[in-house]
Design a binder for this molecule. Structure first.
Ligand code: HEC
Ligand code: HEC
Ligand code: HEC
Ligand code: HEC
Length: 185
């Protein structure tokens, strides 16, 4: 009888442990890259094209400019394209705290501040069925938050070239509405 009880208790504890562990054991969402998003989002509204011509798509390349090299040198840093102190605002992966890069995805640091810097790593929400269902997308890690707080994580005085940030005005410069229901596949 006593043994039975011990058995039940240990099973319950083990079960609890497994259940408690489940969320951690599940892999965190991974980066898939802006060109994965493009495969669907180049159609209606074309948020991809709007992003591509924004400064965000250029943010990694910027770090190779003579201006960037000078800024880094003045701060006693090396190559800006390898310095965490620059990459943390100029590259999605570093900004997001180094999530894994999906093996089947197309992510590279060269995309700079990509879709996923604002919308979250896309491996779990990029499927069409999930994308079409807002709640399912959010549950799979999709972020859609039009807040100044999100922008000023990077647009702040820690940026060596910072002057000012005007949320309404600068949002208008990168707005990328989809206008109608997507019919993409
Ligand atoms: C397989 C096609 C497909 C891929 C790949 C895809 N999307 Fe989507 N996405 C859609 C569709 C379809 C919708 C729904 C549009 C609608 O209902 O008007 C959508 C909606 C969205 C929305 C609005 C969601 C909401 O509920 O407000 C965002 C943001 C978004 N996608 C971002 C992304 C990002 C970022 C990526 C890349 C990581 C991506 N999508 C990859 C097809 C896709
Ligand atoms: C991950 C960091 C990051 C986030 C988050 C971010 N930005 Fe940026 N943004 C940058 C960087 C870096 C540049 C400079 C890119 C370049 O020119 O190389 C930039 C450039 C811009 C530009 C181009 C004009 C300029 O000042 O150079 C606009 C407009 C802009 N961002 C608006 C926004 C808005 C609005 C948000 C919030 C919805 C936002 N950004 C969120 C990093 C970020
Ligand atoms: C706190 C986030 C942040 C950090 C850290 C950061 N940047 Fe930036 N960077 C930005 C943002 C946001 C912009 C666009 C608006 C601005 O100038 O603040 C930008 C713009 C720039 C520009 C101007 C691009 C243009 O189009 O004129 C250069 C050059 C630059 N950054 C270089 C660097 C270098 C080099 C480092 C590392 C020493 C660095 N940044 C670190 C956020 C950051
Ligand atoms: C600087 C941050 C930022 C970047 C980079 C960014 N987005 Fe967004 N995106 C947002 C915000 C914020 C919203 C919500 C706007 C709203 O609700 O009015 C949004 C909305 C959307 C929507 C829904 C639009 C609608 O009208 O329903 C889609 C789809 C989308 N983004 C796709 C993308 C894709 C694809 C990329 C990359 C090619 C991208 N976004 C890059 C911040 C960003």
């Amino acid at each position: 009888m006593k043994q039975h009880l011990i058995m039940i208790v240990s099973l319950a504890v083990l079960g609890g442990l497994i259940l408690g562990m489940a969320p951690n054991a599940m892999a965190a969402p991974e980066l898939v890259g802006a060109s994965k998003c493009k495969s669907c989002h180049k159609k209606i509204g074309n948020p991809y094209a709007l992003w591509e011509k924004s400064g965000h798509a250029n943010a990694f390349e910027t770090l190779a400019s003579p201006e960037s090299k000078k800024i880094a040198a003045d701060l006693g840093l090396g190559d800006p394209q390898t310095e965490e102190a620059c990459l943390k605002c100029h590259v999605s992966r570093v900004f997001l705290g180094d999530p894994a890069v999906n093996a089947k995805g197309k992510y590279t640091d060269a995309e700079g501040v990509g879709c996923e810097a604002c919308h979250g790593p896309g491996s779990d929400y990029k499927k069409k069925k999930i994308m079409k269902d807002h709640d399912a997308a959010v549950a799979a890690g999709m972020i859609r938050e039009k807040t100044e707080a999100h922008c000023v994580q990077c647009h702040n005085e820690e940026s060596p070239t910072f002057k000012a940030f005007d949320f309404e005005k600068q949002w208008a410069e990168i707005d990328h509405p989809v206008m109608a229901k997507e019919t993409s596949k």
